[in-house]
Design a protein around this ligand. Structure first.
Ligand code: SIN
Length: 290
């Protein structure tokens, strides 16, 4: 591996271990994700518990909470500790405007999130993060895992020359792309927004790569061929570098909270024709800044 990539990994693996008083935090990999225990999300949390979850979130970016028997109201209450709720786009009539059903059945021909992406990056203000609570896992007993990728590290392991090239660029994110040629409903106002290719995390200031294969259409400062080559290279980099990843194996009543500003995720659809069901609540974010 190149020295700059080793240096980037070493900066993470040698940082002082965080100490927590009210929760236990068990990393999934040295570079991304952690299981958090010691909390019952059906109960109101103390300020200290919330502060420790926030600290673990900024350190590990993907937090996994097991055995959480919670209602949709508990789920929203937990999410509100981190900001206002982000409304669901195209919420069905009569449904909760802040709770998105994530449901796959035998009749499904596509699955939400079955490709590397961050949520809603074509929006002017993509969400801060999402909390997915899975209630039903496939009857196969396994399958339906979600993969996550650390976009801080995706940036940091690029060569210094590539980072300097990408730093001043922007990219257009187009809400029509995930529809893959299908026509969205007429009430959907398709969002199209330009964001920095390299953004800074608003809370830590750490840089991150902010392009993804689901929404990013082009880099306007480059020719069409150059833009395609650079984006293909970056999307391949995310898809083909396993050290960027952690993988969550779900069980019923697992809740995962991911930082949508600095991780991408990919839902694996390896369980057809079996069913999977959960509820997702998202938290409002801000416009990404370079
Ligand atoms: C998504 O939010 O993209 C869905 C993730 C999943 O179903 O695991």
């Amino acid at each position: 591996m190149d020295q700059y990539a080793l240096d980037a990994i070493e900066r993470i693996t040698t940082r002082p271990k965080e100490v927590y008083d009210t929760i236990a935090v068990d990393p999934l990999t040295p570079l991304l994700g952690a299981e958090v225990s010691g909390l019952d999300l059906a109960e109101e949390l103390t300020q200290e518990q919330v502060a420790e979850v926030r600290r673990a979130f900024l350190t590990h970016h993907v937090l996994v909470f097991r055995d959480q028997k919670i209602t949709a109201e508990d789920h929203k209450r937990f999410a509100r500790h981190f900001g206002e709720l982000h409304p669901v786009a195209l919420a069905p009539e009569g449904s909760d405007p802040f709770v998105l059903d994530i449901k796959t059945t035998k009749e499904s021909r596509a699955v939400a999130g079955n490709g590397w992406h961050a949520d809603g990056t074509a929006d002017a203000e993509p969400s801060l993060g999402s909390m997915l609570h899975i209630l039903r896992t496939p009857d196969t007993g396994s399958g339906g895992d979600t993969l996550f990728a650390n976009m801080h590290l995706a940036y940091e392991i690029l060569s210094p020359a590539m980072r300097a090239f990408l730093d001043p660029l922007t990219a257009v994110h187009d809400g029509l792309l995930p529809w893959m040629g299908q026509t969205p409903p007429p009430e959907y106002e398709v969002p199209v927004n330009e964001h920095p290719v390299v953004a800074r995390h608003p809370e830590t200031g750490r840089k991150l790569l902010f392009v993804n294969g689901a929404y990013t259409s082009h880099i306007p400062q480059l020719s069409r061929a150059e833009s395609k080559a650079v984006l293909d290279m970056l999307h391949d980099h995310v898809a083909r570098t396993p050290l960027l990843n952690c993988r969550v194996r779900w069980a019923p009543n697992t809740l995962v909270f991911w930082d949508n500003r600095c991780v991408q995720h990919h839902a694996t659809w390896d369980y057809y024709p079996h069913e999977r069901y959960g509820r997702r609540v998202a938290i409002r974010g801000h416009r990404p800044r370079a």
